[in-house]
Design a protein around this ligand. Structure first.
Ligand SMILES: Cc1cc2nc3c(=O)[nH]c(=O)nc-3n(C[C@H](O)[C@H](O)[C@H](O)COP(=O)(O)OP(=O)(O)OC[C@H]3O[C@@H](n4cnc5c(N)ncnc54)[C@H](O)[C@@H]3O)c2cc1C
Length: 588
C-alpha cells in the first residue's frame, strides 16, 4: 500500500467517484469491486484496518452448518459458493479445513447431523456441476465464478481416524465420526490483502481517519463527501466524492442515525458479542476442526489455527461500548469448561495463550429475537441523501456484499460496468520453495510468510536481509519475523505496536500471555524496529510499548494477567457438566 501520508495528500486534494467508510472486510471488498469497475475510490478507516469485527471472527470461510438448522438455505448456498471461490482466488490465505463430528462408546452417529451434512454436500455439489458445465463452454446466467477447489462429500470415519485428526480427543477413545470440509483464513490478513488489490486498481486508502460528518451539495442532492478527523494528530479535512458508502459494520447506525431511523424499512443493528480463546497446541493438539457441545444446547468450534488451537465462540446480545469489546471472564470460563469436558482434560485460565471478543453486526427486524436466531444475511439500504449502507453478512460473503453495493451504484448512475471480483486473484500465491534463502531466517518461516503474504513474502525477506535482527522471530519458537514489523510500517500503514502484533501478525492473540509477561522483551523489540520507520525517539518507544500494554489490558487479551480478564471463578462443587466425564478446572 502507499504510505499513509501520500494517501492523505491524495484524499484531501482529489475528488473521487466513491468514498467508502470503514476498513473491515466489507469496506475493503466495496473498494476493490468499485475500483475494478473503473470508479475512482477513496476508503477511510477510523482506527486500524480490520480493527473492528473483521479481526475477531472464528476465521472460518464456510457455509455455516448451523444456518441449515434455521433453513437459511439461500445463505448457506451463497456462502458455500463463495468459500470455493475464495480458495481459488487466494489459495495461500483461504485453506480447506477438515472438520470432525465424533461419536463415543460405539454410539450411532447422530442422524440429524447426517441430514445436515448431506444438505451441505448437495448445496456444494450443485456448484460443481455448474462449474463443469461452464468448463464445457456454457455460460452461467449471472456470469458467476469459476471455482477450482471443491470439497469431497462428507463420510463416516473410524475411531482411529478421528484420533489421528483430533489427537486431543484420543484419550476418550472415539469410536467413529463424520468427516466433512470447510475452509479457514486469517481474517485480518484477508482484509489487508483485499485492500492491497483495491489499491492496485487505484483506490486510495488511509487508516486513522474518522468520518465525523457527511457533506451535502444542497437540499435533496446526493452526498458530496465526508469530513474526516485525523486521529493520528493531523487536521480535519473533506474527502470529496459523488457517492458515499457506509460499510461500518456494527457502527453503521452511528452515521446519520436520524436519517436511518426515519426510514421505516431500515432494520436495527443488534450487536451480539462472541468470545474466542487460544490454547497452545501442546495443551490441545488438533489437525482438524471439531464441533464441541457446550452449555445451553449450543456448540462451539475447536479449530487448529496458525499452529495453536482456537476455541469459540459465544454468542450473546451485547449492550456495552462497541468501541471497547473484550472477553468477559464468564465467556472464557464457558469455553474452557466446554473444551475441558469434551476433550477430557483439565483446562484453566493459565492455559489461555490469548483471548479476544468481537461484535457481530446482526440485523434484527423483531426485538423479541435472540441474537443466535437472527439472520447473518447482509442488508443494503439507501436513504434520503443517497447514502448507501451495507451491513450484516459474514466474512465469507464479503464479495457478494460488495457486488450488491456496487451494482446499486452502477444502476443508479446507469453505467455499464459488470462486476469482476470473481476473477481477480487476491495477493498472488507463491510456492515457498521459490522464496530466496536469507541467512538467519528459521526453518518454516518461509512457508508461514508465503501463506500470509503470497508474492509479497519476497519483500519481507528482503527486509530480513537488511539486518540480522530482522531475520529473527518476534517471539521465540514462532515463525513471525521482526522484518514483518518493518514491512507493516513501510507497506501496510501500521502506525503502532498493536497494529503489528494484533492485525499484521496475529501474535497478540496467539502469544498474548507471553507478550504481556513483564520479562518478555518482544514488545520492546517491535517498538524499536518501528522507531526509524516512524521517526520515534527513545522516549516515544517507551510510550508505544506502554500503549500496547494498555491496549492488551483493555482488550482482555491475556485473561488472568490483569485487566478485564481475571481468573476463572471457582465452580460450584467442581463437577463437570454433562458429557465429558473428566474434571474440568485445575484451579484456582
Ligand atoms: C465472534 C464472531 C465470529 C465470527 N465468525 C465468522 C466466521 O467464522 N466466518 C464468517 O464468515 N463470519 C464470521 N463472523 C462475521 C464477520 O466477522 C463479520 O460479518 C465481518 O467481519 C463484518 O465486517 P465489516 O467490514 O462489515 O465490519 P467491521 O470489520 O467491524 O468493519 C467496520 C469498520 O468501520 C470502521 N468505522 C466505524 N465507524 C467509522 C467512521 N465513522 N469512520 C471511519 N471508519 C469507521 C470501524 O473501525 C471498523 O474497522 C463472525 C463475527 C463475530 C463477531
Amino acid at each position: 500500500m502507499i504510505s499513509r501520508a501520500d494517501a492523505i495528500a491524495a484524499l484531501s486534494s482529489e475528488p473521487f467517484d466513491v468514498v467508502v467508510i470503514g476498513g473491515g472486510i466489507t469496506g475493503a471488498g466495496v473498494a476493490l469491486d468499485a475500483a475494478s469497475r473503473g470508479y475512482s475510490v477513496a476508503l477511510v478507516e477510523k482506527d486500524d484496518y480490520a480493527s473492528g469485527t473483521s479481526s475477531r471472527s472464528s476465521k472460518l470461510v464456510h457455509g455455516g452448518l448451523r444456518y441449515l438448522q434455521q433453513f437459511d438455505l439461500g445463505l448457506v448456498r451463497e456462502a458455500l459458493l463463495e468459500r470455493q471461490l475464495m480458495v481459488a482466488l487466494a489459495p495461500h490465505l483461504v485453506r480447506p479445513l477438515k472438520m470432525v463430528v465424533p461419536a463415543f462408546g460405539g454410539a450411532r452417529l447422530d442422524r440429524v447431523v447426517a441430514v445436515g451434512l448431506n444438505m451441505y454436500d448437495v448445496l456444494s455439489v450443485e456448484k460443481i456441476r455448474r462449474r463443469r458445465r461452464r468448463r464445457e463452454g456454457e455460460r452461467d446466467r449471472d456470469g458467476e465464478a469459476v471455482a477450482e477447489w471443491s470439497p469431497e462429500r462428507h463420510r463416516t470415519i473410524s475411531g482411529e481416524e478421528v484420533s489421528e485428526l483430533l489427537p486431543a480427543l484420543a484419550a476418550r477413545e472415539p469410536t467413529s465420526g463424520y468427516l466433512f470440509y470447510d475452509c479457514q483464513a486469517d481474517d485480518a490478513r484477508l482484509v489487508l490483502t483485499v485492500l492491497g488489490e483495491a489499491e492496485r486498481f487505484g483506490a486510495i486508502c488511509a487508516n486513522r481517519l474518522e468520518v465525523t460528518e457527511l457533506v451535502h451539495a444542497g437540499a435533496g442532492d446526493r452526498e458530496t463527501g465526508v469530513v474526516v478527523e485525523d486521529r493520528a494528530g493531523g487536521d480535519r479535512f473533506t474527502v470529496r466524492a459523488q457517492n458515499v458508502v457506509n460499510a461500518t459494520g456494527v457502527w453503521a447506525d452511528r452515521l446519520r442515525p436520524e436519517e436511518l431511523h426515519a426510514a421505516a424499512e431500515v432494520p436495527t443493528i443488534r450487536p451480539s458479542r462472541g468470545t474466542h480463546i487460544i490454547v497452545d497446541r501442546d495443551r490441545l493438539p488438533l489437525d482438524a476442526g471439531a464441533i464441541v457441545p457446550a452449555g445451553g444446547g449450543r456448540t462451539i468450534f475447536a479449530l487448529p489455527w496458525l499452529g495453536s488451537t482456537l476455541l469459540g465462540t459465544t454468542d450473546n446480545d451485547f449492550e456495552g461500548d462497541i468501541d471497547h469489546v473484550c472477553p468477559p471472564e464468564e465467556d472464557v470460563d464457558y469455553l474452557l469448561t466446554a473444551a475441558g469436558e469434551f476433550f477430557a482434560t483439565n483446562l484453566d485460565f493459565d492455559d489461555v495463550a490469548g483471548a479476544y471478543a468481537g461484535v457481530r453486526p446482526l440485523i434484527s427486524r423483531s426485538d423479541a429475537k435472540k441474537s443466535v436466531d437472527i439472520s447473518r444475511k447482509a442488508e443494503l439500504y439507501e436513504t434520503s441523501s443517497g447514502l448507501i449502507t451495507i451491513t450484516g453478512g459474514k466474512l465469507t460473503t464479503w464479495r457478494r456484499m460488495a457486488k450488491m453495493t456496487v451494482d446499486r451504484l452502477v444502476e443508479r448512475e446507469d453505467r455499464e460496468a459488470p462486476c469482476r471480483t470473481h476473477e481477480i486473484p487476491l495477493g498472488l500465491a507463491i510456492d515457498p520453495a521459490e522464496l530466496p534463502d536469507v541467512q538467519g531466517v528459521p526453518l518454516g518461516a518461509k512457508t508461514a510468510l508465503a501463506d500470509r503474504y503470497g508474492h509479497a513474502a519476497r519483500e519481507v525477506l528482503a527486509i530480513a536481509d537488511e539486518r540480522g535482527e530482522f531475520a529473527q522471530p518476534i517471539v521465540a519458537g514462532r515463525p513471525d519475523l521482526l522484518a514483518e514489523a518493518v514491512f507493516a510500517a513501510r507497506r501496510e500503514q501500521a502506525g503502532g505496536v498493536g497494529d503489528v502484533l494484533l492485525r499484521r501478525t496475529r501474535l497478540g492473540l496467539l502469544a498474548a500471555r507471553e507478550l504481556c509477561a513483564p520479562a518478555s522483551g518482544a514488545v520492546e523489540r517491535v517498538a524499536r524496529a518501528l522507531a526509524p520507520e516512524q521517526g520515534w525517539d527513545g522516549a516515544r518507544v517507551a510510550e508505544e510499548v506502554e500503549r500496547f500494554r494498555d491496549e492488551a489490558r483493555e482488550g482482555g487479551l491475556a485473561p488472568g494477567l490483569g485487566g478485564t480478564g481475571g481468573r476463572a471463578p471457582a465452580r460450584q462443587g467442581g463437577a463437570p457438566r454433562a458429557g465429558g466425564g473428566a474434571p474440568v478446572l485445575r484451579g484456582p
